[in-house]
Design a protein around this ligand. Structure first.
Ligand code: ADP
Ligand code: ADP
Length: 225
């Protein structure tokens, strides 16, 4: 089944065209990466799907529904950013619980789902700690746990490993890939790292100056030397 469909979307900020007319269809369970240099329109595309900004033209469909017609809390999106974006005054458990608290889920369900999400990222033992007591890699695992906790249909990840050193990046690439396979999640992943895109994706969208120049599986991509 189709998870996301972009039909001729464009985005301009005043005179700046961040995204030229773009079409894309993402299947349920697919891992799709937007690869491109800084300023190529990757984050703009993610923000459009997240509904945090409106397209200048075109349509965006999420599970067959027009995103502009779906209220923010019903969009079933998980999001992970480069800078973790954990709430510093909350414990790890409260951070992970937050999307469920927002949705007013029952206490017992929250406790169960928080533990399940923390186990998925191998950090059940840090539930009571504060984010600042954790390493960068642990904080990003917690941000991933928070994005998974309510089983969203689609997970958007914007350079999630960009702040980590090479060794940690490789470890987390492996973990994210494993989660994708085990949970059959649909992921739209942003990176400017070609190796990372090649390792992780089912399909890569190569972006440049607001256009998708190639959309293909890793083995079929052509990169200029
Ligand atoms: P990337 O994520 O690939 O680095 P962006 O989507 O952030 O690219 O940016 C694409 C283009 O849109 C850039 O030229 C950027 O300067 C511009 N842009 C992005 N967001 C805004 C904004 N809020 N206001 C004005 N211009 C923006
Ligand atoms: P509070 O004092 O607000 O309960 P906690 O940090 O203890 O703060 O818990 C926040 C949420 O996470 C609560 O809904 C709680 O049920 C859940 N929670 C707390 N600790 C754990 C844990 N070790 N494993 C799973 N869930 C937990």
């Amino acid at each position: 089944a189709e998870m996301v469909r972009l039909d001729g979307i464009t985005k301009a900020y005043g005179e700046t065209v961040a995204l030229h007319p773009t079409d894309l269809s993402i299947r349920e369970g697919e891992f799709v990466t937007l690869l491109g240099p800084s300023g190529s329109g990757k984050t703009t595309l993610l923000n459009l799907i997240a509904g945090s900004t409106a397209p200048s033209a075109g349509e965006i469909w999420l599970k067959g529904r027009d995103v502009t017609q779906v209220p923010a809390n019903r969009r079933e999106l998980g999001m992970v950013f480069q800078n973790y974006a954990l709430f510093p005054h909350m414990t790890v458990a409260q951070n992970v619980a937050f999307p469920l608290t927002l949705r007013r889920r029952p206490r017992a369900e929250i406790r169960r789902e928080v533990m399940r999400a923390l186990e998925l990222v191998h950090l059940p033992h840090v539930a009571k700690r504060k984010p600042r007591e954790l390493s960068g890699g642990q904080q990003q695992r917690i941000a991933i746990a928070r994005s998974l906790v309510y089983n969203p249909s689609l997970i958007l990840m914007d350079e999630p490993l960009g702040a980590l050193d090479r060794k940690l990046r490789e470890a987390l690439q492996f973990e994210i890939k494993k989660l994708h396979e085990e949970l059959r999640m649909t992921v739209l992943y942003v990176t400017h790292d070609q190796e990372e895109a090649l390792t992780m994706s089912n399909r890569i969208c190569l972006m440049n100056e607001g256009r998708m120049e190639q959309v293909a599986p890793p083995q079929e991509m052509y990169f200029r030397p």
